[in-house]
Design a protein around this ligand. Structure first.
Ligand code: PMP
Length: 379
């Protein structure tokens, strides 16, 4: 195998090398305490300091307004699919869900166990404007004028980056009194698992943002929830106490023992992001990385990406070889060139390259170089 390895996994995913080295360095004896972070009481001053710094850095990086709580939870985004309705229905009976890919479809399905779910639109059932009206695949974000919203929904749920399908919102939905607007007063809840911290996100446009950590943040086991204060405190009576946002907030995310190791590493990633120039600087790099790959795919005769241009994800780039019989050879060659975990999600096949913050542009150049070479040999 090649000496330099680039990991394109969709998650758990590549972490900054610098952070991994720091973890290795500080693991057995954190700052002269004689203990690793994993062995410390979560209520001791050392870990409390680590925790507080991680929250403060995340607030700074995302410019989270003061009237939002930052919660460190567990269970991943899949658990949030249930935790969100249990917390945010607030006595209401129904919620709006927009389906733009497999993750939002799953969110809607789970929510239906707790709420009446109104499907605002399902992109797979609408004709894809850029593909001759084809249906059955998630390749675009439907126009807001096609969303059938209810005026009194407890909230509207979206997944702003669909990790499997590679569909990303480039801006928040418009909200107000216009006919296509999300009604003012309906909080928008977003699953940001796979693009949080990769681009600037205006937190104030949303009621709640959540995501698993194992893509742009750190190791699996930590879930980030950012929620507007006025929306919490009315959880369903059967909501597990440990998942009640108000209880979690009132206890500084320490109602139960938090995933201390994951929080420590996430904090190191936040500090690394600040050294890189913060989210705006990362976004500029991510734009460049994504353009490099999409431009080549679009110009090539062997590969294709089916997502409408303006809805393409910068983080997750699914692509197909026009001759599927070449898939196995492509993957085998990629692996020996040190380009790892490029196999597409089992439900869609093909390939997928995830270009999270910790993927350097050199990794994308190496991938495009390999793809060109493969095309020369098989095109
Ligand atoms: N939502 C999105 C957008 C995701 O990418 C993922 C994980 N790939 C999930 C939800 C599920 O996350 P978890 O497995 O951490 O619960």
């Amino acid at each position: 195998m090649s000496e330099t390895v680039y990991n394109f996994s969709a998650g758990p995913a590549v972490l900054p090398k610098e952070v991994l080295r720091q973890v290795a360095d500080e693991l057995p004896d954190w700052h002269g305490t004689g203990m690793s972070v994993m062995e410390m009481s979560h209520r001791g001053p050392e870990f409390m300091g680590i925790h507080a710094q991680a929250v403060a850095d995340l607030r700074e990086l995302m410019r989270i307004p003061e009237h939002y709580k930052v919660l460190f939870m567990q269970g991943g985004a899949i658990a949030e699919n249930a935790i969100v309705p249990m917390n945010l229905l607030r006595g209401g009976g129904h919620a709006d869900y927009l389906v733009t890919g497999q993750w939002s479809a799953r969110s809607a399905k789970e929510a239906a166990r707790y709420a009446r779910v109104n499907l605002v639109a399902d992109a797979a059932k609408l004709p894809a404007p850029h593909r001759d009206g084809e249906t059955g695949a998630y390749t675009f974000v439907p126009e807001q004028s096609q969303w059938r919203m209810s005026p009194d929904a407890a909230y509207l749920h979206l997944c702003t980056n669909e990790t499997i399908d590679g569909v990303e919102f480039q801006r928040p939905p418009s909200q107000g009194a216009g006919p296509a607007d999300v009604p003012a007063g309906v909080p928008i809840v977003v699953d940001v698992s796979s693009h949080v911290l990769s681009r600037e996100i205006d937190v104030s446009r949303y009621g709640c943002l959540y995501g698993g950590a194992q893509k742009n943040i750190g190791p699996a086991g930590l879930t980030i929830v950012i929620v507007r204060e006025d929306l919490i405190g009315r959880a369903h009576p059967l909501c597990p106490t440990a998942f009640d946002y108000k209880v979690v907030a009132d206890n500084d995310s320490m109602y139960n023992t938090p995933p201390t190791f994951a929080i420590w590493v996430a904090g190191l990633v936040f500090a690394w992001l600040k050294r890189q120039g913060g989210v705006a600087a990362m976004e500029a790099r991510n734009i460049e990385k994504a353009a490099l790959l999409y431009d080549y795919i679009d110009a090539s005769g062997l590969y294709e990406n089916r997502v409408r241009r303006q809805d393409r994800s910068r983080m997750n780039v699914p692509f197909f070889l026009k001759d599927r019989a070449l898939d196995a050879d492509f993957l085998k060659g990629a692996e020996s060139a040190g380009l790892l975990q490029l196999k597409g999600h089992r439900s869609v096949g093909g390939m997928r390259a995830s270009l999270y913050n910790a993927m350097p542009i050199e990794g994308v150049r190496a991938l495009v170089g390999y793809m060109k070479d493969f095309e020369r040999r098989h095109g």
